[in-house]
Design a protein around this ligand. Sequence first.
Ligand SMILES: [Ca+2]
Ligand SMILES: [Ca+2]
Length: 317
Amino acid sequence: MHLPPSTARVDLRQNRRASALLAVYWVIAILSMALFTGAQFLLVELETQGNTSLEFRAEQLADAGVALAMHPKMERWDPLLRQRTGPTEGFEASIISEGARLNPNVLAISEGGRRVLTDLFMEFGLSEFDSQSLSAAMADWVDRDSDETPLGAEGEYYRSKGWRGIPFNRPFRDLEEMVYVRGFDEVAVRYPGWRDVFTLWSAGKLDLNDAPAELISLVCACPPGNASRFVKVRAGRDGIAGTEDDVKFESVSQALDVLGLQGEVKQLVENLVSVDDATARLISVGKIGDILIERTVVVRDRNENPSFVEVRTRRLR
Ligand SMILES: [Ca+2]
Ligand SMILES: [Ca+2]
């Protein structure tokens, strides 16, 4: 069908007007969307900034706790370590001996230490054979030579798996290195919380004044009941650990007597335990509103010439 030229022009103009109108609607729609999105971004950004400044405040509060805990004269039961600084804010700091954890660098290089590691891995759920093999592989990892110990693993084993340059033949410098030791993957699967059991910063002996009952029983090869009773004695008359009446053992011999160890067993264990590790773990949680930030600082020689060896921060909530 052919329209007369004039009608065609009118239609064309109408079409153009309709197109222009449509374009205006589009522009309005896009602008509205842009404004809406912009407003949303602004809201999110304001919220993020608000959270960031609250997090910063919580970190400051955590640091206030760390600073107090750092002081060599500060006792762990001192109420100054637990303060409320406002209606919704405050901090709680604690001081723990780093010797309350196990040091793989020291344990792996002695027979008594490897016995402890083997027992620990069995506690984690590994078989006796796998536990012994893993202890031996850890010894090969940290000792300086490339001679394989019985059940151990040196370069040849790792090369067969396509890994070159390991073991490092030096002490672990980071707990994460342990993951690469042959057989350690089984520990990571069976006991994901393994990192909380170990440290690389203690002098290497289990500090009986702070260690949990499970590790005392393991290292001292004594019944769990003895270790629990020992921990109760340590907590003092009020039965609560970390209070003023806590018992602090002055000598290893005295502590082992309370644990009920005698004779040869006592002699064997004496080399694996202490009562005064010089490295401390200060854990301080800063709180504001619903936000909790935990700062962990490991301090060497807190009483003499303090130095930080590790600082970690995590948001708990
Ligand atoms: Ca080696
Ligand atoms: Ca107490």
